[in-house]
Design a protein around this ligand. Sequence first.
Ligand code: ZN
Length: 413
Amino acid sequence: MLLHCAHARYVWNLAVEQHSNWKPGRKAAPTFAGQCRQLTEARAESEWLREGNVTVQQQALKDFAKAKAAIFTSGFGEPTWRKKFVHEGFRVIGTDRVPARRPDGGPLLNAKGKQVMNRRVIVSKLNRRWAQVKIPGCGWVRFRLTRRELPVAKTFRVTLKNGQWHVAFAVMPTPIPAPGTSEVVGVDRGVRITAALSDGRKLNCPGSTLRERARIRKYQRRAARAPKGSPAKAAGHARAAKLKVREVNRRKDWCEKTSTMLARSYDLIRFEKLNIITMTASAKGTVEQPGQNVRQKAGLNRSILAQGWGLLRQRTEHKAPGRVEDVPARYTSLRCSACGWIEKNSRKSQAEFLCVSCGFSCNADENAAVNVAAGQGGASRPVRRARAGGMTPRDQRSSVREPQPARVGISFV
Ligand SMILES: [Zn+2]
């Protein structure tokens, strides 16, 4: 499987190189079909490549083509280099063939009237917890089931992360039906409270415990002090990585459970629109112009990424397709959810919101979540800071009152 990883990485990096060398005016970089032909030639020349499985290598090219086609929509941009020990993985396409079916259940025929066949991964269940899958060149490989049913998939991906092998089957999730109550929920994602809901609930994504963080530091210290290349150094890194995986697993688990809950209990789920990539962009700056608050920004970046904000939105969309909306994030935290007044002074502290116009008081995150549920990101006019040293008279205040949307189905606690 490590050799499969190496082949997939090599082929992917060749594709990256071909496309990164391309400049306007030069002949276009080869497409997927062209690259497959070049792969055949490369396999004829290189014994190392020939030893490997051709579909694993072709699937790496297919992955690259998909990544290239989604550079504007995936959020990851241009495909980049894959590194040894870091990006280890490969995709396998199923070898079993099953007749394709139409949505009404009848056989799917092509233009010539022949039955269309679909590829299917060969898996079999061993017992309640374990199953096995056929991997080319490796035979049956056992894996632990995380679901009751066996996966029905066309392809699967094998990855090696932090010393653990994982297998992930590409299964189309069945959408969760809407409850039909026409209820709307707003989700405000924050650093203190991971997700504040407009119904007043505050959900927190679990991370590492204090004890675990202390143990991670201990092993990192041991690894740092061990001599270069020693077994103690490798063991220290491995033990720290194993503890860090726990945090990642907890976050994923929380995202899955929360997104299922949201899809099940609300007809429409509104998230405030965040640009996580620019929010977490490094504040380091350059040598000539060093950035400000680099340490603080690094800490915030860590906590933003650790909260799994992007994952929650993504998984909710998968489970409730067409029922997820993004609301512009401007002023959702400064706008009063009761009267619509926008003012910086209303936000008393991290947790407290007290409207200076109508006196409505509420938890600040909950207030923002209600604004998100109402689809209100606030006015397009910038809010002016109130003058220092006391309040300005009411008629001179720099706030904007807006029409109130009908708040259907949003309950206050
Ligand atoms: Zn108010």
